[in-house]
Ligand binder design. Structure first.
Ligand code: DON
Length: 572
């Protein structure tokens, strides 16, 4: 039952999250631009402008990324905001270092493995299970701490300066986009029950003002994230979560910590790929897929049905690994090296390269790993953006409240996430993105749920050449990888690479998704059917933002926001 619901919801939400852009991406204009100095690519024009404003004011990529995240939370509360969390990958040009900040939400301390097993009566509207709607769905937000960490560790400006553009947008109001309007109408019945969201006019073209969020932004600017993790705002958050049946406490907020992690860093096809480590399974899926493709498709692959087939096959194994082995790296020891073992990759590559579509179970090569090792936890809707500044620093950030409008209630004026749905609600049960959960990803005290978010930076000869990432649940990683391959292997510029048709396969269900909004060549579709794939058209495969960095003959920043969600880049 849950499974059918999930798949049905997935189809509906794909329609919505797509932003229902009319026409095909190639027919839509204004979503890309070329800059020489600096660039921001977000999925909303006003958010890109907020980042560009901060760059013009002397901020660097970290400041601009934080300003863009804050603005996104104002202009599109369905996708991200202070009540959510995310990941940031930061390249520092001065020393060439790459740092990964994990500010993902985590479960309250009182969370248990079985907390979502029993389901009672469901309220009206879509995405209405206890892990998706209401107080239990909300993880402890990481976004405010993540923004503060980005600015204080890497930025040049004060938090107050970085918050200013978002505050101005919250006070003066912004025009409701098509993407937000579509999500607003789909979730209207639930939004109407919230005392803050009931007042929002979410028809496209209407003006959305956020006075209650402006109050939070002012407090954040004055007192820092501590006001949200324990001060007045924190108390309001806890009261609202508990009123909606949640178990979050002030101690959960006070104990929240951003984690600095070593990103996954690997060479494939002659490039250095740096991407999200666990608790994301996205980065792992991409690097394992690339390693498989190096063998299954050759070092210099050409675009066409054989490559599309090999790519679809290459994702089946990593998605199985995700179900079986992935969990919060602070609580579960992840056998990453064993999963990437050369003989295992070769075995998968052999299948992916034999020209036939295999059931995903063929790719199941269990590693010798039986015991789940629990380490003591330390005390401790989605949007992707890219920023490149004049010094050459790069920020690749993916931020989320999970499903549109998160858990669909506000706390202290903030839209709360429903990231708890990224846990397995039970072993073998699928979440809203059809991702089947395993034992290691059951909820637990202060545990972070497994994610697909894959903020990525690709380097060539030691210099960053591409910033890329996506929103779109399980499709984040497959979309990110395809756009990167379009730029790096097939000579497309960033705009062409983002607009090009994409495919998606996640092992379960056994179907190869193609886009309606950007249809894959019908000859390729026929060739894939001949190889045994069941083709399933869906509205779109994720929403990608990218900046391609050309160093010679002269510096060029080719920035692209995905026409599928209607964003536009900004810069100088
Ligand atoms: O962390 C994850 O993988 C999900 N919470 C992402 C959700 C998402 O991308 C929603 N859609 N745009």
């Amino acid at each position: 039952m849950r499974r059918w619901f999930s798949i049905a919801f997935w189809c509906v939400s794909a329609l919505l999250v797509a932003g229902l852009a009319s026409g095909s991406p190639s027919a839509l204009g204004g979503h890309d631009a070329v800059f020489t100095h600096d660039a921001v690519a977000a999925d909303h024009a006003e958010a890109s402008k907020a980042g560009a404003e901060i760059l013009a004011a002397g901020g660097n990529a970290a400041d601009a990324a934080a300003a863009t995240m804050l603005a996104l939370g104002v202009v599109n509360p369905a996708s991200s905001g202070l009540g959510g969390g995310g990941f940031a990958l930061y390249y520092c040009a001065k020393d060439g270092s790459l740092t990964f900040l994990d500010f993902r939400e985590r479960a309250p301390r009182a969370a248990t493995r079985t907390m979502f097993e029993l389901e009672g009566e469901r309220p009206d509207g879509p995405a209405n299970s206890p892990s998706q709607l209401g107080g239990l769905a909300a993880g402890v937000p990481g976004e405010p701490a993540g923004i503060e960490a980005l600015v204080t560790r890497f930025g040049k400006l004060s938090l107050r300066e970085v918050i200013a553009p978002a505050l101005r947008l919250a006070e003066s109001g912004v025009t409701v986009s098509e993407a937000l309007g579509a999500m607003g109408s789909a979730f209207e019945v639930q939004l109407r029950k919230d005392p803050v969201m009931v007042d929002w006019d979410l028809r496209p073209g209407a003006t959305l003002r956020r006075p209650s969020l402006a109050r939070v932004l002012r407090a954040f600017a004055e007192k820092g994230a501590a006001v949200i993790y324990g001060g007045v705002i924190g108390q309001e958050i806890v009261a609202a979560v508990q009123k909606h049946g949640g178990i979050m406490t002030l101690q959960d907020l006070r104990a929240y910590r951003v984690r600095t992690r070593r990103p996954l860093d690997t060479r494939a096809f002659g490039y250095r790929w740096v991407t999200a480590p666990p608790p994301s399974a996205g980065g792992f899926t991409m690097i394992q897929s690339l390693s498989i493709l190096e063998q299954a498709a050759g070092r210099e692959p050409t675009y066409g049905a054989p490559l599309l087939h090999a790519m679809a096959e290459s994702w089946k194994g990593p998605f199985l690994d995700r179900e079986r082995y992935f969990g919060d790296p602070d609580q579960v020891i992840l056998p990453l090296d064993k999963m990437m073992d050369a003989s295992r990759i070769s075995a998968r590559a052999e299948l992916a390269g034999d020209g036939k579509a295999h059931p995903s179970t063929d790719y199941d090569f269990p590693i010798e790993w039986t015991r789940t090792q629990i380490a003591t936890p330390d005390n401790a809707g989605t949007s992707h953006l890219c920023v490149v500044d004049a010094e050459g620093n790069v920020a690749s950030v993916t931020t989320t409240v999970n499903l549109p409008f998160g858990a669909r209630f506000t706390a202290g004026g903030i839209v709360m996430n429903d990231e708890m749905d990224d846990f397995a609600s039970g072993i073998g049960k699928a979440n809203a993105f059809g991702l089947v959960g395993g034992a290691r990803n059951l909820p637990g005290p202060w545990k972070r749920p497994v994610s697909t978010m894959s903020p990525t930076i690709v380097l060539d000869d030691g210099k960053p050449v591409l910033c890329v990432g996506a929103s779109g649940g399980s499709r984040i990683v497959t979309a990110t990888q395809q756009v990167a391959m379009n730029v790096l292997f097939f000579g497309m510029n960033a705009a062409e690479a983002v607009a090009a048709p994409r495919i998606h396969h996640q092992g379960i269900p056994e179907s190869l998704r193609v886009e309606k909004i950007a249809p894959l060549d019908s000859a390729f579709q026929d060739a894939l059917r001949t190889r045994g794939h069941r083709i399933e058209p869906i509205r779109n495969v994720a929403n990608v933002q990218a900046i391609q960095i050309e160093h010679s003959p002269e510096r060029r920043l080719r920035a692209a926001s995905d026409p599928r969600k209607g964003g536009a880049p900004a810069g100088h």
